[in-house]
Every structure is written in C-alpha cells, then in structure tokens.
Design a protein around this ligand. Sequence first.
Ligand code: NAD
Length: 335
Amino acid sequence: MRILVTGGAGFIGSNFVNYMVRKYTEYEIINLDTLTYAGNLENLKKSEGKSNYRFVKGDITDKEFIESIFTEKIDIVVNFAAESHVDRSITNPGIFVSTNIQGTQVLLDAARKNNIKKYVQVSTDEVYGSLGKEGYFTEETPLAPNSPYSASKAGADLLVHAYYETYGLPINITRCSNNYGPFHFPEKLIPLMIINALNKKKLPIYGDGLNVRDWLHVEDHCSAIDLVLHKGKNGEVYNVGGHNEKTNMEVVKEILTQLEKSEELIEYVNDRLGHDRRYAIDPTKLETELGWNPKYTFETGLKETVEWYLNNRSWWENIISGDYKHYYTEQYGKQ
Ligand code: NAD
C-alpha cells in the first residue's frame, strides 16, 4: 500500500506521518509538502531514514508536478496541505483560495485519473460556522463558514463531495475540532500562550476570552484518520472530536497554572474580525460506525503538551527567531 500524505510537514500532517510510519512498516508513506512558513522537516526526525518513508518537496497547486507524482501507483491520498491560520486568512485571503480550493481540485483530478482506492480530505469543524450556547455539529449540520479560512475549507469539501457524486471517486471527509499537541506552530492559541508565558511576555486574549473551542489531542485525530482511511464508507463525512469544550480563558488559565505563572500576564486585545463564538462536535457517527475512541483527556493531553514545549525549546526558539517575528509584530503590534 502506497499512501501519499500532502502537507505532511505541518503540525497535524507530521504527527500523522510519524504515526503511520511507526504503525505500518509494510506501507510506503510519501510525504509531499511545499514547505511554507508552517512546514518544518524538523517535525519528521522520527521518520527520516526509515525504509517506509520518503519526502518530496512540491506544491499541490502545480498540476504537472502532481501528475508526475501519480506516475508511481498511489493507493491512498490523505490531504492535509492547506493554509490553516484564520488570522492570516483575514489579512491575505487569496492564498487560501488557491491552496485550499484549487490545490484540492488538482489533487482530486490526479486521484480520479489514476483510480486510487481512497481520497481522504482533512477538513475542520469551522466549516459549520458558529453555535449558540446549546447544540453540537453533526455531519448533517449545514455548512455556514464565516472566515476566509473556513470558507475555503468548505469550498474544498464541496468539491470533494462533487467528485464522489460525479465521478464516483472513493472519498471521505473528516471534520475535526481544534487540535493541540507536539509540533503545533507558535501562532496558534495553545503554543502561543505556553511560549509567551515562558518568555514572560503578555498573553493576548481576543475579545472577552469566552469563545468556546472543542479540543482534541493530535494523536487522537491521527487514529481517527487511520480508521477512516481503512474503514470509512465511501462518500461519507465523519466528525472528529473528544467533547472537550473550553473557553479560551479556561485554556489559558490552565496553562498558567501548569507553568506556575501569574494571571497578570493576561492581556485583552481587540477581538478577531468575525470571531465564531462556539464550536462543539458530536462524534457519535465515528464512535459507533468505526469504533473510534480518543485516548487523551484534555487534562492529560495539555499537561503532556506543556511538557513537550518545555523539553523542546530549540524547536520553537528556531521558529520564533525567524520570519515569525514579522508576523507577530503585524498581528499584535509589538515584540
Ligand atoms: P499547518 O499549517 O501546520 O500545516 C499545513 C502544511 O501544508 C504545511 O506543512 C505547509 O507547508 C503545507 N502546504 C501549504 N500549502 C501547500 C501547498 N500548496 N502544497 C503542498 N503543501 C502545502 O496546518 P495543520 O494545523 O497541520 O492542519 C492540517 C490540515 O488539518 C489543514 O487542512 C487544516 O485545515 C486541517 N485541520 C486543522 C485543525 C487544527 O486544529 N490545526 C483542525 C481541524 C482540521
């Protein structure tokens, strides 16, 4: 079995590649990534040199290049490649349309022409829009994205579904809640707060800090995708989430407690434009139909993650000392 993982040098993709290379020594895992600011081969040290792993640098929007990759027989495609940060989609939406929608279409075409066995699109709960105080997203919840990021992911999901209906391409779409864990890029909430607290910098909280996100450890997301690619029924969507709803403020206070730092570091900043209030996933279908169960509670997962950032300082120090500085200054107005 040869699996093409696109975007496998990013946060979730690299965790997934490491998981698959470790678990399926008889498979061949090809990691295709163009290495944007978010792609980092340091994340793949555990897989490098293994006989069942290969890295190829390339862009999913490059049709000729993608077609050349499929001259080798590919059995399964798992597409993680994306622009993934909501704040960046607000300042620069164009690249989100190009990578997330056009890139997906290029991959779908190559998958269709080469009769692959399965195409898995890694999507997000953000395509469903925002919830009120009650209720959960199910696979039947209508798509109602609010940010350029989530709109581009929803557009990609619709194309993936269209390739199933029109061409019979054997697809699945997974829609997962917010992930956290090792190799999470410092711009995202949990690593941002851990790193700023360790550097005694202010912790910028959007709005009133009461927006709710549903958190899942990245390893549990990987096990869900593993199940879907082996057992998912063609054409189906599977929601992935672990019932860990937390306000941003609860998450930040928990991080400060674990690091034994003062809550005085918290600083309220202007709210994100169009900021969705609440996400919450109902994962019943994945649990009952495919037998998925998350391994981590939020408490154990967050503790392990904080420890990972404490033990892997050089990984994030290399990132925050580079181009990231410019992004941080533009976003938060100071270093
Ligand atoms: P990430 O930004 O950390 O990684 C994205 C990867 O894609 C990077 O390695 C980047 O170099 C690569 N990439 C970008 N454009 C590319 C292109 N044109 N061609 C090839 N590679 C390209 O993102 P992530 O947080 O790991 O998310 C991975 C996927 O999972 C995304 O599709 C995202 O929408 C989805 N998702 C993320 C979360 C989350 O909480 N982070 C939750 C649910 C779903």
